[in-house]
Design a protein around this ligand. Structure first.
Ligand code: ZN
Length: 160
C-alpha cells in the first residue's frame, strides 16, 4: 500500500533547524494524519505521497513552505491582564496566549514589566528552514468516520 488520498499515515519524525539542533523529537511518539486533507504542512504531505511503509525520508522546508518569515512588527506590547493564559513568571521566551482581534494566539515573551509585556507573536519556527527526518511506520485505509471528520483518529491522531 502506498500513501495516497484518504489513507491514514503514521510516521515518526525528528524536526531540526537546518544545520542546527533538533527542535522537536517525535521519534518516540507516532504522528498520524489523513492524507490529502491538509492535516500537515503541504510540503510534508507532498513529500510523503506515493511512499511505502519503512521508507525513510528527509524533507527540507524553507520558511515560505513552513511557518513563514519572521515579521518585525509582530512584537506587541500588551497589558498583562489581557493575556488569556499566563504562567506565574513572565520570563523571556515563555510561551503565553494573547487575546487579539483575530482570536487567541500564542506568543513568546520578549520582556515583561509590571503591567505590560512585550510579546513576539511570530510562530516560534518562523524564519527557520525546517528539516524533517521521517520514518514511515504504517499506512491504512481511513475509516468512514475519519473521512467525514477529515483527520485521523487513534494513536498519534485526534483523541475524541
Ligand atoms: Zn474526529
Amino acid at each position: 500500500m502506498k500513501v495516497e488520498k484518504d489513507k491514514v499515515v503514521t510516521f515518526y519524525y525528528t524536526l531540526s533547524e537546518h544545520q542546527g539542533e533538533p527542535l522537536e523529537a517525535g521519534d518516540q511518539i507516532p504522528m498520524a494524519y489523513l492524507h490529502g486533507h491538509g492535516n500537515i504542512l503541504p510540503g510534508l504531505e507532498e513529500a510523503l505521497a506515493d511512499k511505502s511503509v519503512g521508507d525513510e525520508l528527509r524533507v527540507v522546508l524553507p520558511p515560505d513552505q513552513a511557518f513563514g518569515e519572521r515579521k518585525a512588527n509582530a512584537v506587541q506590547r500588551v497589558p498583562i491582564k489581557h493575556l488569556a493564559a499566563r504562567p506565574k513568571k513572565l520570563l523571556p521566551n515563555t510561551i503565553v496566549k494573547v487575546q487579539t482581534d483575530s482570536g487567541v494566539v500564542s506568543g513568546q515573551v520578549v520582556k515583561a514589566g509590571k503591567f505590560m509585556v512585550d510579546v513576539d507573536l511570530n510562530h516560534p519556527f518562523a524564519g527557520k528552514t525546517l528539516v524533517f527526518d521521517i520514518k514511515l511506520a504504517e499506512i491504512r485505509e481511513g475509516s468512514p468516520e475519519e473521512l467525514s471528520h477529515g483527520h485521523a483518529h487513534g494513536t498519534g491522531g485526534h483523541q475524541h
